[in-house]
Design a protein around this ligand. Sequence first.
Ligand code: 4AD
Length: 453
Amino acid sequence: VRNWTEVGALTEALRDRYVVVHGRAQTIRAVGKNMAFVVVREKGFTIQCVVTAQPDVVSRQMVKYVAALSRESIVDIEGVVSVPDVEVQVRKLYCVNKAMPTLPINIEDAARSEADIEKALQAGEQLVRVNQDTRLNYRVLDLRTPANQGIFRIQSEVFRQFLLSEGFVEIHTPKLIAGSSEGGAAVFRLDYKGQPACLAQSPQLHKQMAICGDFGRVFEIGPVFRAEDSYTHRHLCEFTGLDIEMEIRHYFEVMDIVDRLFVTMFDTLNKNCSKELEAVGRQYQFEPLKYLRQTLRLTFEEGIQMLKDAGVEVDPFGDLNTESERKLGQLVLEKYGTEFYILHRYPLAVRPFYTMPCYDNPAYSNSFDVFIRGEEIISGAQRVHVPEFLAERAQACGIDVQTISTYIDSFRYGAPPHGGFGVGLERVVMLFCGLNNIRKTSLFPRDPLRIAP
Ligand code: 4AD
């Protein structure tokens, strides 16, 4: 077993130490016949490695071999750490596997910021601007940029630890289901051994059934399928959903979880992922998210009033469109100094059939949406747990009760009051990092025009 030193861990403190590093040969440059430089990259960090021909240590043959390496080949290197510019003076270099000689994307170009590209072009530098489609076509190369390494490492820090510590049980619900769970047209239909079926639009029905099965608090992080027709910066046909569901007596308990989960998560990201955030910021400049220690909660009515006061006309019992959501985000930032807030007590008419109406006014519901920088990341609610009323609500919303009969039956055996929410992981990371497109935070995005790679 080799004792690797991570490239990111190479510092002045390791001066004169013999180390073994591995990674990719990002750039290779020969100077005459006796010297070559290889910049080795591992997990987004780079180190310059110097190969110098010296009798009995490194042969000229070896320098020639290194100079001929292709970019992005996998290399193992042994050598001595030198300072002041922390470098590795190479003793041995093995090419473990070589990449093709010319690659469709140059990682260094793909890693540059827009401002940097503009400057370079004005200075007459020859470079290729890598557009989004090219990036996605060659995603495994694009993923190697420091910003993308940052984005997906940030993504893996999100959610799980906090929920386990709060007593949530991780579950995995079926993705092949008999009927649509969120209604509407955005469903991928398929043939299930001769029966009509579809890909799950959310774990909604089965996570509620898990509550009927006495798990108390559950969560799932898994794929969610939406046959979206819209080609927007924030819709995918497959995304990663975090769904939670829990026994409650009041829907404010679910909002309390949102509050604690997200404030903890933002704090953790800022603390544990500072290097990753810096890497993302170098390529895509963004301002750190402004959020309060206790998340702001506004009622839908209060939100409508703020919009009205600002001269925006909105239907008090309709849903907010993207534009008014953005506008409200701006108004909230100006008035309360936060870019993260909860809007609750939505009109019942704009929520799915399983949403519990407000006890004091059934025109409203015990439901909420959560916003980052003026865009929705969560929708949640208390659910209807009384079977007869649930069937009535489904019918009123035009759903064929037959297709969800086993779901409704689950409540006939006695169900506790419960609620929960669903979050899109890609949206959270996109908005936390102030990015302008959800494709940047999806490892291999699926949209109406893309199913490969
Ligand atoms: O608002 P949605 O459709 O709500 C549900 O699925 C409910 N079952 C949740 C619940 O527990 N009540 O989706 C929840 C979240 C959205 O807020 C958004 O972040 C994300 O999922 N989302 C999408 N992300 C990317 N592409 C899409 N097409 C998305 N549709 C929803």
